[in-house]
Ligand binder design. Structure first.
Ligand code: DGT
Ligand code: MG
Ligand code: MG
Ligand code: MG
Ligand code: MG
Length: 268
């Protein structure tokens, strides 16, 4: 087809190809979820319906898009890691980021009712997205460690804060003052000595967030077969399938990475 005289406008498009060999991380974060969580009556400090819906939406991103090897989520955010050798969408940052964010947002709305039941969705939520490149396994692991450390710090604060308010009868202002300048050890101590709560026994989902990876799982199904001149018989078929699995474990230490050596590609 002949080119029109307007064709030159294509040259105004920016080249946003991601640098080769780098892991491409897309992180998305709920827009103004402070308000969204209030308006939709999220439980404080953690709402398992909201966390479940975030994970379900992230799984949909991994299943529908290519080459995401691991995703990590907490609060209103999720990070998706594309394998460093991906050529999906020619590594164009805007394509990768917008596909992740829109697949996630539409899934969040699509699956809302499965998680929130009678609580209606009052307005269309949205998520921002950004792309960050990490050139080494070390940097990528530090990135994920940073997000998980953030989860821990916020959860310890929020757990102590809401315990002071909900069980200790403090106002939110008083709880804020009480926690001002405290270290992690002080918060653990408040929970333990005043409320008999051992933070270590709190839910792993809340302390560690959610890690999604691809794993091979055996699926057993039964099939009825009928050969000519024979009775119908039932056989069991075991197939190995790759599935997205969810983990609320430590990803800062080596154990997780030793147990799942396929997630990272070798540094060259
Ligand atoms: P942004 O991201 O700049 O548009 O603004 P926000 O308001 O989304 O701020 P952000 O992302 O730093 O903080 C997340 C907010 O979402 C924070 O106000 C707490 C709320 N949130 C997230 N998960 C939960 C939950 O499980 N329960 C409750 N009650 N609130 C949650
Ligand atoms: Mg933010
Ligand atoms: Mg947010
Ligand atoms: Mg956030
Ligand atoms: Mg098109």
């Amino acid at each position: 087809m002949a080119k029109s005289k307007f064709e030159y406008v294509r040259n105004f498009e920016l080249d946003d190809t991601c640098l080769r060999n780098c892991y491409i991380v897309v992180r998305l974060d709920g827009r103004n979820f402070h308000k969204f969580s209030e308006q939709h009556n999220f439980m404080k400090p953690n709402d398992n319906r909201a966390l479940g819906l975030m994970s379900r939406s992230a799984r949909s991103v991994m299943e529908e898009l290519e080459d995401i090897t691991i995703a990590y989520g907490q609060s209103d955010e999720f990070s998706f890691v594309f394998k460093r050798s991906t050529t999906w969408f020619k590594r164009r940052a805007s394509k990768l980021m917008t596909h992740v964010t829109s697949q996630f947002s539409s899934s969040f709305v699509y699956y809302w009712k499965e998680y929130f039941g009678e609580q209606p969705l009052l307005y269309p939520p949205s998520f921002d997205g950004r792309v960050v490149l990490y050139p080494s396994n070390h940097n990528l692991r530090d990135y994920l460690s940073w997000r998980q450390a953030d989860c821990h710090i916020n959860n310890l604060y929020n757990t102590t804060f809401w315990t002071l308010v909900q069980n200790g009868g403090l106002t939110t202002t008083q709880a804020e003052e009480r926690l001002s300048g405290t270290q992690a050890a002080d918060k653990n101590e408040i929970l333990f000595s005043e409320f008999n709560i051992n933070y270590n026994n709190e839910s792993p989902l809340h302390k560690k967030g959610t890690t999604l990876i691809w794993e091979k799982v055996n699926e057993t199904t039964t099939k009825q077969i009928k050969r000519p001149d024979e009775e119908e018989t039932e056989i069991t078929v075991t197939r190995t399938r790759k599935k997205v699995t969810s983990h609320s474990c430590d990803i800062i230490g080596d154990q997780f990475w030793d147990e799942h050596p396929d997630i990272l590609e070798n540094d060259q």
